[in-house]
Design a protein around this ligand. Structure first.
Ligand SMILES: Nc1ncnc2c1ncn2[C@@H]1O[C@H](COP(=O)(O)OP(=O)(O)O)[C@@H](O)[C@H]1O
Ligand SMILES: [Mg+2]
Length: 234
């Protein structure tokens, strides 16, 4: 497996607080990897550290062999990392179309094709295309937030808890969409919803108190009730 994203002993901090205290994660080209862990474990901080929004103190952080440490977020994004933040990354005052077009690095034949891909993936967005995004439901906003990351040609998509606050039937639709997306793109998903994590992820890592403590195949995790109870409270 050729490694696309790699962290080793990654330590990061916010002001006086050291939040990540040793995260070792490797994501291969084409993989779908899920990050699990309890509330406050450091999952969001991990994605924010990758994006350069949280400062790295030490350790390795590489995309496709290129060192990301110290690079500003806009450059990291341009290397081909799509980031879907926790609690949606959409602009309420803009229409669906404006949200999607504003996210594009450029508008050419390629990005138009990707925009059509997003609208086919999420027909709700096609129907609401000219509507103000403030009028969208939570699920539709999550779709728009994912769509904003998909309009660019990314190497990897980082998605932070897309199920949060959504009804089970909507979570199922998000799962279907993520299963489509992972056919095209490498995915690193942070998710506390165990069913969604298992439906999408092939391999998993568990973060606990800022450190990666376990990893393996999702198939094995589904059978390992002890591990689930220990770190996930299932
Ligand atoms: N801006 C911040 N200032 C201080 N501590 C923070 C900040 N953001 C997050 N933390 C702390 O970092 C830890 C990890 O948070 P987070 O990455 O959001 O966890 P998760 O996404 O796994 O629920 C928590 O203890 C949280 O309180
Ligand atoms: Mg979080």
């Amino acid at each position: 497996m050729k490694s696309l994203l790699k962290t080793q002993d990654l330590v990061s901090y916010i002001g006086p607080y050291t939040i990540l205290q040793g995260v070792d994660v490797e994501v291969g080209f084409g993989e779908a990897v899920v990050i699990l862990g309890r509330n406050g474990a450091g999952k969001t901080t991990f994605l924010r550290t990758i994006m350069g929004l949280v400062q790295t103190r030490s350790g390795i952080l590489e995309l496709d062999g290129k060192n990301l440490v110290g690079m500003p977020p806009y450059e990291i994004q341009k290397l081909g990392i799509g980031y879907v933040p926790e609690h949606y990354g959409t602009f309420d005052l803009l229409t669906v179309e404006e949200n999607l077009r504003l996210a594009m690095w450029k508008e050419d034949a390629d990005s138009k094709a990707r925009l059509n891909y997003v609208l086919d993936l999420f027909p709700d967005l096609k129907l609401a295309y000219k509507r103000n995004s403030k009028t969208l439901s939570g699920g539709q906003r999550q779709m728009l937030s994912i769509g904003r990351a998909l309009v660019n040609k990314n190497k990897i998509l980082l998605i932070d808890e897309p199920s949060k606050g959504l009804a089970p039937v909507i979570i199922e639709r998000v799962a279907l969409a993520l299963n489509e997306i992972k056919k095209e793109t490498t995915v690193l998903l942070v998710e506390q919803n165990f069913a969604l994590a298992c439906a999408v992820g092939e391999r998993f890592y568990i973060i606990n108190e800022g450190k990666t403590v376990e990893n393996g195949s999702v198939k094995d995790l589904i059978k390992d009730k002890e591990l689930q109870a220990k770190h996930l409270g299932i």
